[in-house]
Design a protein. Structure first.
Lengths: 719, 152
């Protein structure tokens, strides 16, 4: 989602880590309490090691991957590791890839923390060793540490971390602690410790925003306008107020949303109140078009010159001189994130203070925007990060939509009570901030031998970054990097290649959705490549390998997936395979999908996935994220579509926005390419690969290219 | 006041009898393990047991459970099947975001309480009402089979 903005910042912050010491006020305090060599690690006298995690746990496993890095360098035992969420503090807890901003996204949590948290663990280890050396009167170099126990083998002395925590806190913090050689890793790439949150998420104990209850808190359920961009004219609250238990009905307005909130001690009462409201809306500035009209306009734009995202050689000339040319156009609908936990937020206002509790992906931006709405300073807004019940990018809203809404409602009741804003599924699905709708037009030229000599790719769709804080950094020469990623960096060796972009302004709020630009660019490019392979009578894997000359990591995952899937071995009647390969966020993924034609429809029998994410810190979590990305991508491929008619969103809940269920979930095999490269993220990169791999399997099975998503709209029935 | 029996204990809820059981549990009894996902019996996040059978509490009014035994995620670990399911969930690293997992555990426990060796088709039938947007389905299937073995 967001690439490494400044490598220099990374180094600077990495070097500053050990200086960012926050010992307590006095040493005496620490002699009885905890040892805390830096902003990330705390060891108490019982030996519990608490890792402060600056990233949101929304399912991707950051509450396991990040403490693994500390445990590795600290030589702790996994059972003594604990996790706590970091407060909002961009100075200490910034994402090292984002400069001075704290946040979670772009599959960057583990990559940006990889050295930072290893250094934090190594510093703590060195101080524990120093304390033991002093206490025992032995050279530090003779002390070993393993599974939370320090030992001096010569004198047979041993101590646990807790026994040395107080003494360690008086040690100097090492400036540049030595990190382990990979050959000495105990956890990284090896042990796959169990998730720290697995138990609490299996017995109902994990606390999400939805579960938070504060003394005196009121639940707010809201009425939003039916169309994007409408304003509230008037409302009638009489029936709502008449409902027993309704404690307030207030209009609210933020720079992003507007509406009326009904407050009660419990959700059901507030919802009954909301359902009893009537309102008049000013729709003079509202969006009133439908998906069909938008797509017609996008098609018209696609034949006009766009902003140039990439140009190699002379594609126009090469197309004119080609032995044959092929064209294809692809259509993609709006997509809702549809996280299991509908969006929500708790806000408590005091005199000159605001405290927020939510599943929080964008601390720094949210803190600034909430402060701005309430006329506070950012430091007067305290953010508490809770587990998020899924997000997929939704809780990284650059416009802070639902946070501002909760804050505005709390202000509307003058801070009289803490407010928990709870959206129902319908509110969530119709609130916008969708993956944008896109249209792609591609044309390629082949020479007489079937070699691809020219490639022209035009993309039409809303800019996600327009009007956000990211626009100045990531929109250059009219090209929103997130609209063309995956297309403008096409890895295939084609001498004449152009990628152009149109970013029409449309009144439907849009946002990043798991794997962002790749959600559509991977599909258009990888399905078109298969169509070209078919036209040239070439094997899809062989054609890709031939075009991937210098891209060794693309080739590596493609070869591994093909081998494990038995690519080329006959499957028999009514069965076929499809392949796709794609890089996103520095991680390389190839998938081979096997399908069969059954009486009930197409069955997805098997998905073989190969991934190269550099060092796989926790191979099991890597596999889980591949499985998850495939499932999420399949939901969109099979049936995901938000459509508009006269400005109204036609879907509302899981009956008309169908998602993958157990009965359609395929068997998935994940294979990890061994690597010594620095780790890259795994939360997103599996998502964009499954739809083109599936479409290519259908092309092989049926001979018909799949030019629009979702596939069920194309008339494909799935068993 | 509506009288209920939840996890073997008699309880009184100060809510109208048309209030869904989900909101009585969450907002009145402060038992927040049971989750709200759709409000229309479409996603299964709110699954509880009523007299041992899986029920979507978001569409079950209090009036429908008076005099019946309600069991929730908070206490299901005290049953043999529930304990095995929860242990298998941890062993297979099932949860990701975790929000749907209370419902998944309740559906899986109900399945195994009545069928200790379910086939893939029976797992599909019992579990397809429970949506997981993290798509933990392969691990849920593996965990159900692991729990079945433990119960055998």
């Amino acid at each position: 989602m967001i690439t490494n903005i400044s490598r220099r910042n990374f180094i600077k912050a990495g070097g500053a880590l050990v200086l960012a010491v926050h010992f307590g006020e006095t040493k005496a305090q620490f002699s009885s309490l905890a040892f805390s060599p830096n902003a990330f690690v705390r060891i108490d006298s019982t030996g519990i090691v608490t890792v402060t995690v600056k990233h949101l746990e929304m399912g991707q496993g950051t509450y396991t991957g990040l403490p693994t890095l500390v445990a590795e360098e600290l030589d702790a035992d996994w059972s003594q590791m604990r996790v706590e969420p970091a407060p909002a503090d961009a100075k200490r807890y910034n994402n090292l890839f984002w400069g001075e901003a704290q946040g979670t996204g772009g599959s960057s949590s583990l990559p940006n923390s990889y050295e930072q948290l290893r250094q934090a663990g190594a510093a703590a280890r060195a101080m524990l060793v120093g304390a033991a050396a002093e206490r025992w009167g032995v050279p530090a170099s003779e002390i070993t540490v393993s599974k939370g126990v320090l030992e001096h083998p010569k004198s047979k002395r041993k101590a646990r971390f807790g026994e040395l925590a107080a003494a360690a806190s008086t040690q100097l913090v090492p400036q540049s602690p030595k990190l382990k050689e990979p050959k000495d890793f105990v956890y990284i790439g090896k042990a796959s410790p169990t998730r720290t949150d697995a138990r609490a998420k299996s017995n109902g104990a994990a606390i999400f925003t939805q579960d938070l209850k504060l003394p005196g808190m009121l639940t707010a359920v809201v009425l939003h306008p039916p169309r994007f961009g409408a304003k509230l004219n008037s409302f009638d609250a009489a029936k709502a107020r008449a409902i027993k238990g309704v404690e307030g009905v207030v209009p609210f307005s933020t720079p992003v949303t507007t509406g009326v909130a009904v407050l009660a001690k419990d959700y059901w009462t507030a919802k009954k109140g909301r359902d009893a409201l009537t309102a008049e809306w000013d729709e003079s500035g509202a969006f009133r078009l439908g998906s069909a009209e938008l797509m017609a306009e996008y098609k018209r734009l696609a034949v006009t010159p766009g902003a140039v995202a990439r140009k190699d050689g002379d594609p126009e000339r090469a197309l004119r001189g080609a032995a044959r040319t092929l064209e294809a156009a692809f259509e993609f609908p709006y997509l809702a994130h549809a996280a299991m936990e509908p969006m929500n937020c708790v806000v408590s206002l005091g005199a000159g203070t605001c405290e927020v509790w939510t599943g929080e992906q964008f601390q720094t931006i949210d803190q600034m925007q909430v402060a701005s709405l309430l006329d506070l300073k950012p430091e007067q807004v305290k953010l508490n990060m809770l587990f998020a019940g899924g997000s997929f990018g939704r809780r990284a809203n650059p416009k802070s939509d639902f946070l501002l809404e909760a804050a505005a409602i709390a202000r509307a009741i003058h801070g009289a009570a803490p407010v928990k804003l709870v959206w129902g599924r319908e509110d969530d699905m119709r609130a916008g901030f969708y993956r944008p709708m896109y249209y792609h037009a591609l044309e390629a030229g082949l020479d007489a031998q079937g070699v691809i000599t020219a490639w022209r790719h035009t993309i039409v769709g809303q800019s996600i970054l327009a009007g956000t804080a990211f626009e100045p950094m990531m929109v250059k020469n009219g090209v929103d990097a997130t609209s063309v990623e995956g297309a403008s960096n096409l890895p295939y060796a084609i001498p004449n290649l152009a990628v152009e972009l149109h970013s029409p302004k449309v009144g439907v709020p849009v946002q990043w959705w798991r794997s962002v630009g790749s959600t559509h660019t991977a599909y258009a490019t990888e399905v078109f490549i298969d169509e070209l392979a078919r036209a040239a009578n070439k094997d899809p894997v062989q054609l890709r390998l031939a075009l991937l000359g210098k891209h060794a990591r693309h080739r590596g995952v493609l070869e591994l997936a093909a081998k494990q899937a038995g690519w080329g071995k006959p499957l028999g009647k009514d069965r076929a395979r499809g392949v796709a390969v794609h890089e996103s966020f520095g991680t390389f993924v190839a998938q081979v999908v096997e399908v069969s034609r059954r009486k009930e429809g197409i069955k997805i029998d098997r998905v073989v996935c190969a991934v190269d994410c550099g060092v796989a810190v926790n191979p099991q979590i890597v596999a889980m994220q591949m499985e998850s990305g495939i499932g999420y991508g399949l939901s969109a491929a099979l049936s995901g579509a938000i459509t508009l008619k006269e400005g109204l969103v036609e879907q509302s809940n899981f009956h008309d926005y169908a998602v993958l269920r157990m009965n359609q979930a395929p068997r998935i095999e994940v294979h990890i390419v061994p690597s010594k490269e620095k780790p890259s993220g795994v939360g997103e990169p599996a998502t964009p690969v499954i739809a083109p791999a599936l479409a290519n399997a259908l092309l092989a099975l049926e001979g018909k290219p799949m030019r629009a998503l979702p596939l069920t709209v194309q008339g494909v029935t799935f068993a | 006041m509506t009288p209920l029996s939840v996890n073997g204990k008699p309880m009184q809820v100060d809510a109208d009898a048309d209030t869904p059981l989900l909101w009585a549990l969450r907002d009145h009894l402060d038992m927040t393990g049971t989750k709200f996902g759709c409000g229309m019996s479409l996603c299964g996040a709110c699954t509880v047991h009523v007299d041992g059978k899986p029920v979507r509490s978001c569409v079950t009014p209090l009036s429908a459970v008076i005099g019946r035994r309600v069991s929730t995620i908070e206490a299901i670990g005290a049953t043999r099947a529930g304990k095995a399911v929860q242990a298998a969930w941890v062993a297979e690293n099932v949860p990701q975001c975790g929000y749907c997992q209370s419902g998944q555990v309740m559906s899986a426990t109900a399945l195994l309480a009545s069928n200790q060796n379910p086939s893939d088709a029976q797992i599909d039938a019992a579990m397809s009402g429970n949506i997981c947007r993290c798509a933990t389905y392969p691990r849920i299937r593996a965990a159900i089979k692991r729990a079945a073995k433990a119960l055998a």
